[in-house]
Design a protein around this ligand. Structure first.
Ligand code: FPP
Length: 232
């Protein structure tokens, strides 16, 4: 009997290249984000077909506030209209939505759209899509430490204390982080979890990603030997 191919239980995606995709077509950067959302939908469906349990999408970092007011405004509008606006799509495909990041730092209507969507997709079981929004790995670790200390004043910080107080402690650590558009850095994404994550970088701009790219990611993951500091 053939073994089922190994896929990551949790895949993290840094969706890069939206701006360059748009520039190449003489379009505004915002057009790249709109097209990036279409790619996200293609990718999540194929990830579910491949048997991936969790996919975390880096949609807005704690550093992205530095972008032009117009771009930030557009992204916030996209989050409000599309996160909850795609409810029928999530339910059709069994997609549960969770969020990771400092939601308190988001405009009220964005936070509300996210909270509603999390609630209304909580019974979906095919795949969990995690929206990393106003997310920074360093910020998440600081918030986890403060959360722990407020519950356990004066106690020492341990790895378990931090892991148990991250935004989504019930979600398994990320197995593989991929980034599009040929940039090779983590940019403050899932810093705690990524200690032993596999990393892979791909040339294509994010809006061009399709089902085949996720199948390639799964194939690349299946070729990795994970030792977690031990020996094979
Ligand atoms: C990075 O590319 C992309 C982002 C900061 C935004 C990603 C957001 C989406 C794909 C939309 C998701 C929408 C919902 C509703 C979840 P970049 O702009 O930095 O690209 P560049 O490096 O080519 O300029």
């Amino acid at each position: 009997m053939e073994d089922k191919p190994v896929v990551p239980a949790h895949l993290g995606i840094i969706m890069d290249g939206n701006g360059r995709w748009a520039k190449k077509r003489s379009l505004p950067r915002t057009a790249g984000h709109a097209e990036g959302l279409k790619a996200l939908k293609r990718v999540i469906c194929e990830a579910a077909r491949q048997g991936i349990g969790y996919v975390t999408f880096y949609t807005f970092s704690t550093e992205n506030w530095k972008r032009s007011e117009q771009e930030v405004k557009y992204l916030m509008h996209l989050f409000v209209s599309k996160i909850h606006g795609e409810l029928a799509f999530y339910n059709k495909h069994g997609i549960r939505i969770l969020a990771r990041g400092d939601l308190n730092g988001l405009p009220e209507e964005v936070r509300h759209a996210i909270e509603q969507t999390v609630l209304e997709t909580s019974n979906n079981t095919t795949i969990t899509a995690i929206v990393a929004i106003n997310y920074g790995g360093r910020d998440e670790i600081c918030r986890a430490v403060n959360k722990f200390l407020s519950k356990n004043p004066g106690q020492g910080i341990t790895e378990t204390a931090i892991a148990d107080n991250l935004d989504l402690p019930q979600v398994p650590p990320v197995d593989m982080i991929v980034r599009s558009a040929n940039e090779k850095r983590l940019s403050n994404f899932l810093l705690w979890d990524s200690a032993y994550a596999e990393l892979a970088f791909y040339e294509k701009f994010w809006p061009d990603w399709n089902e085949e790219d996720i199948r390639k990611v799964c194939h690349d993951y299946s070729q990795r030997v994970r030792k977690f500091g031990g020996v094979e």
